[in-house]
Every structure is written in C-alpha cells, then in structure tokens.
Design a protein. Structure first.
Length: 312
C-alpha cells in the first residue's frame, strides 16, 4: 500500500488549498476550471490520505477543520516551491523591462511616498507601469494575490494572513490630527490625554480589509474602551479636511499627518501615552516570491519605506 506522501501530487495540493479558501466545492470547481464531481472526488481522496474530514458542513456553508487550515498553509508553501523548481532562472533588467506592477493599499500612505515610487520607476524602469488599487471591506486581496490579479499589498493591520510572505516597511508613531484652534491644541499642548481622547468626537475611516480591525480599534478593544466615532469616511484622505474644519479628532501615522498638516490648518499632537506604533509592511504570494521582477519591485518599495521612516 502506498504511503500518504506518495499519493499526494501538485494537483491535490492545489485542490486542498482552494477548497479551504473557497469553503465550497462548487466555487472551488469554478476557480480550478473543473467539474464539481471531479473536485468532490479529489476531496474524497484527500480525506482518505489525511484521515480527516477536512471540510465539514455548518448550516448552509462548509468550514475547514483545524487540521485542514494547517494543511492549507503547508500546501500553499509546497506549491510555491514546486513552481520555483519549474521556473527557469530569470533576469530582470529594469531599464529594458516592460511590465505592469499591481499594488493594493489603503490611502493612508502619504501621496508624497506614492510620488517617489512613481518617480523611481519612471527613472529606473521607464517602460514599466504601476497600477494602484484600493483595498476595501469587500475586496478579497488574498484571492487576488493567488489568482494573479494583484502583485503586492501594503497593509498595517495587526494580524496579517500567515500564509503570505511579509516584509516590514516602516514603523511610525500614532498622532492625533485636529484643527489648529481645537481646544485640545491650545496652550502649547503636545500630547492628548487618554480621558480627553475618549471624550472627543472622532472622524474614523471604515475598515479596509475583510475580517480585519484597525490598529486603534484593536488597542482600545483589548482594553475594553471605545472612541466616539462621529463620522466614518470611506477614505483616509478625506479625514484631514474634515478635522481641519470641525472639532473632530483624526488618529493616524505621523508621516501621513505631517504631509496634510503642511497643506491644511491642522495641529498634530502625540496620541495618548501607551498607544501602539503603526507597523506598515508589504505582503505577497508564493506565486511571485522567486520572480526577479517582483524582487526588484519589493526592494524598491522597501527602500522607499526606509526613507519614509527617517526622522522628519
């Protein structure tokens, strides 16, 4: 009788990873461009190999078992290694390359950083193109990375997906942005106290990723505290203008705050003592992990991230 390891192949690994992501045989079949009976047959084989149900029904949906969740992470990694074996070593000459790089990020990175990225690409790789896409609560960036619809994600949520590759871009402190004539900004104030922060009204961007809470909400939630979110906006870029003409407070990273404070009548104060720092990072899929072109892109993004973290 064959061992389980001998029974596994790349096809079954891909079916396993897709089933766990989709939680549906029909959706997995559509994504894999296979028939439902074929995917059901593969699921049966996987259950026999691992001795686990892998997917179990919960009402009208299917949910992965704990074993399946762990196996899916390993399967994605194994698929990435298999693809790396099959790909011929490539070179990337930026000056001659013609490629489109698709990057998704909320708009909490200062526009000046995006401008620097565009400038570097235009100089180093003049025939390459950067396509920026917005993250949002209904955009499944994990699937987009896996399905070759996206190349890179810039994020800062506290718990990034474990199966994706990650690289730290910068750490930045949280600050409070408000109108220059705001009561909290008077008399040479440099920091907002916690009591004043919780008593104030806030302008807050909506969550920008499915199942992810922001840094501030996560920190306050762990302490069983909540801020008074008077106005929710779909974009970070709207919040500074609203704060400049109201008594609302906007909490964000210092580099983003100082950029907008140079354009609007805003005061920038330190967040209450104990607030965490914001960690920005880039995420990518195994699919492009070994690509010379994407290594170049990630290196450029990392370089600009380090510059953004330099003392201002």
């Amino acid at each position: 009788m064959q061992r389980g390891a001998d029974l596994l192949d790349g096809h079954l690994l891909r079916v396993l990873a897709t089933l766990v992501e989709e939680r549906s045989v029909s959706r997995a079949a559509a994504r894999l461009r296979q028939t439902q009976p074929a995917v059901s047959g593969s699921l049966k084989r996987l259950r026999e190999i691992f001795g686990d149900a892998l997917l179990v029904r919960d009402g009208t949906t299917m949910v992965p078992t704990a074993r399946a969740a762990g196996l899916a992470v390993q399967a994605r990694r194994a698929l990435g290694e298999i693809e790396a074996l099959l790909v011929q070593p490539e070179t990337f000459v930026a000056a001659d390359a013609e490629q489109r790089f698709r990057i998704a990020s909320p708009d909490y990175i200062a526009p000046s950083w995006i401008a620097r990225l565009a400038q570097h690409v235009s100089i180093e790789a003049p025939r390459c193109r950067i396509e920026l896409r917005a993250l949002g609560p209904t955009f499944d960036f994990e699937r987009a990375l896996a399905d070759d619809e996206l190349d890179l994600v810039i994020g800062n949520w506290p718990s990034p997906p474990e199966h994706l590759h990650i690289s730290l871009l910068l750490e930045d402190e949280l600050v409070c942005v408000m109108a220059r004539d705001h009561p909290l900004a008077q008399a040479g104030a440099t920091q907002v106290g916690e009591a004043d922060y919780l008593a104030a009204g806030h302008v807050v961007p909506v969550p920008y990723a499915m199942g992810q809470r922001g840094v501030v909400e996560t920190y306050l939630g762990e302490r069983r505290l909540a801020r008074d979110a008077r106005v929710q906006v779909p974009y970070f870029g709207l919040a500074p203008s609203i704060a400049a003409s109201t008594e609302l407070v906007f909490t964000t990273a210092r580099h983003f705050a100082e950029y907008h404070a140079s354009l609007l009548p805003l005061a920038v104060l330190q967040a209450p003592e104990g607030f965490p720092r914001m960690r920005f990072y880039q995420l990518w899929h195994d699919r492009v992990h070994h690509s010379a072109a994407h290594r170049w892109l990630r290196g450029l993004v990392a370089q600009l991230g380090r510059k953004l973290a330099e003392p201002r």
